[in-house]
Design a protein around this ligand. Sequence first.
Ligand code: PLP
Length: 387
Amino acid sequence: MKLIQLYGDRGLKIVKGEGQYVWDEYGKRYIDMHTGIGVAFLGHRNKTVIHYLQRQMNEIITLSNSFSTPIRDEMLDALDKVKPSAMDNVILLNSGTEAVEAALKTARKITGRKKIVAFKNAFHGRTSGALSVTWNKRYREPFEPLVSPVEFLNFNDINDLSKIDNNTAAVIVEPVQGESGVIPAKEEFMKALRETTEKVGALLIVDEVQAGFGRTGKIWAYQHYGITPDLVTAGKAIGGGFPVSALFLPDWIANKLEEGDHGSTYGGNPMAMAAVTAASKVLHEEKVHEQAYHKGELFMKILRDKLGDLKSVREIRGKGLMIGIDTRFPPSITLKVAQESGVLVLKAGATVIRLLPPYMITQEDMEEAANAIRQGLLKTESQRVSP
Ligand SMILES: *Cc1c(COP(=O)(O)O)cnc(C)c1O
């Protein structure tokens, strides 16, 4: 029996994780800035998450959403403290792409319109609806025609927003584009986008699957922009490592949804609710977003100090602990060298080294990582002819 390798194989067998570190089968330790593409933001085996999961396992593991159970009430209380403001409703699903599907379906039902607007370089997931609003042709084109009629506009280009018309059901946007290279939206752009969608009656879906839940230095990345979206998707970090995603909705939208409009067998199962409860408590009580902000500032400074002189580095950018190092080369050599020196990082887009560390990362970890990345970039430079 073989598992189909749909992701690049990093050639490592990881046997244990704790906090910001993982260990391979030979006992070698790695600083984890890959974190399963941001999932382990609260650290591996976060104690609160484990406590809640273990407790839940001893009570009930599976239950249809047709029945209530105490962890549901506990989760709703915990979410109250971290939810996007003005969004008192949540639908729980299992993966980021499912939260996006729920958002797109909701927008079409609420507006009665079909067209969806997305942005160039956006990534929203791999199921057919989410894929139809994902830009990368390599992922999307073999499966066309996809679901909704979609128009892709230039990200961060205010002039292009005039193409959002009153046939548009929704505009979906990542506040910081993750997969395509850690590209933050500009403030004027997000404000103009909010104004335009409001004017034409299209819903604004902010996809926070990667940027949300404290990662960028605010609980929700849209809070950097002083706007209020209509729908917010979340995933990756929100279960502290347990697979779960969410769609947040305000009353005026939630009130228009009826039984049967959406559903998912496992969505909001008791284990997922226990995980979200624990993760939300950690986020709130430890002010994880504030730590991510301060550590992100420090990390960017360390990276600029240690890498700023390299000719292969074009830009170091990001928000909080969502950081990208844009280089003049594909990052494969750097990823390999860093891994050999005990630092796991990942790529984004064609030329960006992406860092998504857990929030408990220390200054020492940051310095070690920056040194490892420097070695990788120096090797890259020495093996390539500069353009
Ligand atoms: C990862 C990601 C998704 C898809 O999440 P899955 O859990 O892989 O389905 C959707 N949107 C954004 C912004 C993401 O980063």
